[in-house]
Design a protein around this ligand. Sequence first.
Ligand SMILES: C[S@@+](CC[C@H](N)C(=O)[O-])C[C@H]1O[C@@H](n2cnc3c(N)ncnc32)[C@H](O)[C@@H]1O
Length: 266
Amino acid sequence: MDKSPLGPFELNALYQGDALDLLPLIPSGSIDLIVTDPPFAIDFRAQRLNYNRTGANVLEGYAEIAPDEYGSFTSRWLREAFRVLSGSGSIYLFSGWNRLKDVLYGIDSAGFHTINHLIWKYQFGVFTRKKYVTSHYHILFAVKDPRNYTFNKIEHYPEDVWVINREYWKGKKKTPTKLPGEIVRKILFYSSNPGDIVLDPFLGSGTVAAVCRETGRHYLGFELVEDYYRFASERVGSMGDRGVRKKMPGKSGKKGRDRENAEGEI
Ligand SMILES: C[S@@+](CC[C@H](N)C(=O)[O-])C[C@H]1O[C@@H](n2cnc3c(N)ncnc32)[C@H](O)[C@@H]1O
């Protein structure tokens, strides 16, 4: 039997465990792209019912990081992320604004070169009384070697503000924070090729692995919370080879739906 390029891990597999324990087991230079949305050090238990969601459908147990440990947690996993990436590898890292300074520091100190600081604008945020409504995330696009990285220029004028709607899983089980497939698809088409190996050390509902499977990329993923790990495994396992997509789909941007979305579920 051929040895896995991922050492103790199989290609196209998800594992339950702490990313800080599992990342050091990945062989150096074996990953082409990391796409990840780590915990943000805010209290998500308090946010389960946001956006008019039905609480019973939101899976419990989201693992958050204590605020005073967030800086060292971020620097530790980013050092490992740098080591496991190939010489032409890149990372797309999602971050809220509240702990962005820790993320920027971690990226620089791990040795990455930041290529773009993207903004993801989504269609609504949580209602506020005395401050602006946050309706964006930051996405840091960073590479190991600024002279050698994958960038498939699939749009003529690729701007750094992405307006992409959140998805609705109305009436279905879900984890509290879930990236839209469209945003992950866009990243994979720009910064990887079919057959590349993509890692998400903080899987949540497994969107990155699911879109890798859909687009012919190999994947490896970790998730600490058992229920989320099971949810992601079932989601990805149930996909088979249905709906395999080889090209970047058209843009979303259905403007007329914003009011409907603000009252829906995510
Ligand atoms: C923001 S969510 C990821 C959402 C995901 N991108 C999706 O589309 O569903 C972050 C996830 O990291 C998990 N997590 C937190 N600490 C972890 C750790 N040390 N190792 C692995 N997973 C962890 C949380 O339980 C949560 O599911």
